[in-house]
Every structure is written in C-alpha cells, then in structure tokens.
Design a protein around this ligand. Structure first.
Ligand SMILES: [Zn+2]
Ligand SMILES: [Zn+2]
Length: 393
C-alpha cells in the first residue's frame, strides 16, 4: 500500500498536471492561489509546455509539405508584421505607454499583439515591467547573468512560477475588461490566425495554382516556422541584449546596444538606451541607430490611430553625448597604449576628433547630473496615464 505522504504527492502532481491542461485554454486557471504559484522555485512545467513544443515540432512539417517562394515570403512577412506587434505594441505601448490611443485603438492593438502567440498583453507587460525593476538581479525572471543563457532565452517561459499574470502590477490595463478577456483566453487569436493562414493556402491553391502552395504548406511556413522564429528573435532581447554589444549608459544592469539585434528585432537592439530611458517611443536615439519600429509607429500616427509619441528628452541626449565623448577619448588613449610604435601622424585624426568633440561639449560636461536618474527602478505603472481623446485640429 502507498504511504500517505507519497499518496498526497502523486495527488498534487495530478492536480498540477490537470491545472496545466486547463491553462492551455484558460490562462488564469491555477491549482491553488496564483501568488503561491509565483513563489515556487523555478522548475519546468512539462504539461504547460506541450503547446510550446508542438509549435516547434510543427516546423518539421516542412519535410512533408516542401516549400514555395510564396510560402517562404509569407513566413518572412508575418515575422516582421508580428515583430512590429511585439516591439511597437506589447513593448512600447502596453509595457511603457510611450504613446496614446483611443480605447478602440487599444483593443485593435491588443488583437494585433495577440497574433504573435506571446500570450496576452497584460502577461507580457507584467513580466516586462518586472524585468525593468529587477534587471539582472536575482529577482529578474530572465537575466543571462543570474540564470544563464538558455534559461534567459527559453527556460524561464517554461517555469510554473512565470505562468500566472500578476494583475496587481498592471492595474492601468486591468481597467479594460476586453484586455483582461484577451489575456485570459490567450490561445483564441492564435488559433484563428492559424486557421486563416490554412484557409488562405487552400484558396491560393484553387485560384492561383501557379504559386505552388496549399493549405498545409502555408500553415507550416506562415504559422509554425514564422512564429517559432518570432519567438526566438524576441527572446534574443532577453538573452543576447544583456550580453552582446556596447554599453553607452551606466544603468546599473548589463543591458547593451547592438546593431545586429536592432535589425533582427526592428530597433529593440538599442537596449541600453532603453534601460536608461524607457518612457520615449524611440529606442535608437540618433538617426544612425536604426529603429524600424519607431518609423512604423510614426507612420501609424499619421493615420490617427495613435498619437502623442514621446520624444527622447534633451537631458538624456546630453548625457548620451557626454558618454560617447568619454568613450571616444578612452578608445584613442587605449590605441596609443597598445600601438606606441604607430606613427603619431596616423593617430592624429582620431585624437584630433576626440579633442574637438570634447572641447565643443565642454560646457555640457559641467552640467549637474540630471534629475531623471536611472530609469530602471521606476514604477512604470505609476508613470502610465489614462486614455486621452485625440488632440483637436
Ligand atoms: Zn533588459
Ligand atoms: Zn522595456
């Protein structure tokens, strides 16, 4: 006969597995209080992971369905259209409220965001705000420095403690029942997207046979492959953006600026900029810091769907200029130390440039430290604002 403690253990394992199954369809269902679940140690919840594993396994369908230029381009297009939803909507709107919209506009943005298969806007915003408040400290759910590369990239999302949304941390969003509903039933829109892609493939097979595509092929490329790549592209910001690139600002964490990540994630690679000041719409602070999400949002603002895009404050730009000048001078000094045999004439241009820039900004260097302070420990919810009507005229 099974000992009582063992009996209880297997009962609670069964309960947890049953709860994880129900969570596939109702993300707010938990076995016990969600606070208790969030307090558990990190561990993989395999039952909860099955849809995530199916998403990856679905890519192998390419062995049977083959490929066509139409299917491959559909995957590329859906990657970028939905990467924009992750960066421009889930991140720059729901997490940081860096621009305004109407209630209808907000709902449309949430629907667009839900097509990314990265759960609901409230879950996404809660975890992201938590990341900014605890960046690279032990509380951070996905720090590569605390938990290692693979945990920060993919492991954290499989952990039971990270499944529930802490609605108390996104009170500015829980005011809207339509957003809470989309967050709770977060598989509805992804299912509809998958069906729509499959249906489009069937339609194209009939009306445009020259494209050589069909329902199953378009489903594998447009949904499974595109969504899996989208997940890993987004995850690069959690893992790589705290490991790879240059640090302009001393933000108290290890966030970095990376051109390569900015290309993969439509401008989110300027992560150190963002950790320094998260309340502005753009993350590339200069024209050469390419930020396609910002260009897209700017274009969207001309349609009237969104407005009031927040600029980078002058104080932050001044601080960036001072940091860049210090880095230029340090690099010139290091070059002189490493290559003392190089003709001084060959060093004259970078040295002269560094001195000229430092001289031109000498007055800025004496300015007192700006009042904003490091952006990372701010309470983002407190900074957000209510929906405002569009400006007249
Ligand atoms: Zn970060
Ligand atoms: Zn952020």
């Amino acid at each position: 006969m099974m000992p009582a403690s063992q009996n209880e253990r297997s009962k609670s394992t069964l309960e947890r597995a049953a709860a994880a199954f129900v969570q596939w369809f109702d993300a707010d269902h938990t076995a016990g209080a969600p606070e208790k679940m969030r307090a558990e140690p990190d561990r993989v919840d395999w039952m909860r992971c099955i849809p995530f594993i199916i998403l990856h396994a679905g890519c192998l369908g390419v062995i049977w369905v083959g490929w066509s230029p139409c299917a491959a381009w559909t995957a590329v297009a859906l990657y970028f259209v939905r990467m924009f939803a992750v960066t421009g909507i889930y991140h720059r709107y729901f997490s940081h409220k860096t621009y305004s919209t109407s209630r209808v506009g907000q709902f449309l943005l949430a629907l667009w965001g839900a097509t990314t298969v990265q759960r609901g806007a409230l879950w996404w915003a809660y975890h992201h705000r938590h990341h900014h408040q605890h960046s690279d400290d032990p509380e951070d759910a996905h720090s590569p420095h605390v938990h290692g590369f693979w945990w920060s990239h993919i492991g954290w999302i499989t952990s039971r403690r990270n499944v529930p949304t802490d609605y108390s941390k996104v009170k500015d969003l829980t005011k809207f029942p339509e957003l809470v509903w989309l967050n709770r039933f977060d598989t509805v829109i992804p299912f509809l997207v998958a069906f729509a892609i499959f249906g489009l493939g069937l339609l194209l097979e009939r009306v445009a046979p020259g494209l050589n595509t069909n329902g199953p092929q378009l489903l594998v490329w447009g949904f499974f492959i595109s969504t899996t790549l989208l997940f890993h592209g987004t995850s690069c910001i959690n893992s790589m953006a705290h490991l790879m690139g240059r640090r302009r600002f001393d933000t108290g964490d290890d966030s970095r600026n990376s051109f390569i990540l900015a290309l993969i994630c439509l401008g989110e690679g300027w992560h150190n900029n963002h950790h320094r000041y998260m309340s502005c719409t753009r993350q590339g602070f200069y024209w050469w810091e390419i930020d396609p999400t910002y260009y897209g949002l700017k274009a969207l603002s001309y349609t009237g769907l969104i407005w009031d895009l927040k600029p980078v404050p002058k104080s932050i730009l001044d601080e960036a200029a001072r940091a860049d000048h210090r880095a230029t001078i340090a690099a010139a000094e290091l070059a002189a130390q490493l290559h003392p045999d190089v003709s001084p004439l060959k060093r004259v241009f970078p040295t002269a440039a560094a001195i000229a820039v430092a001289t031109a900004t000498a007055s800025q260097a004496t300015l007192p430290k700006k009042a904003e302070g490091p952006g990372i420990h701010r309470n983002v919810s407190a900074q957000t604002h209510d929906l405002a009507p569009p400006p007249q005229g």
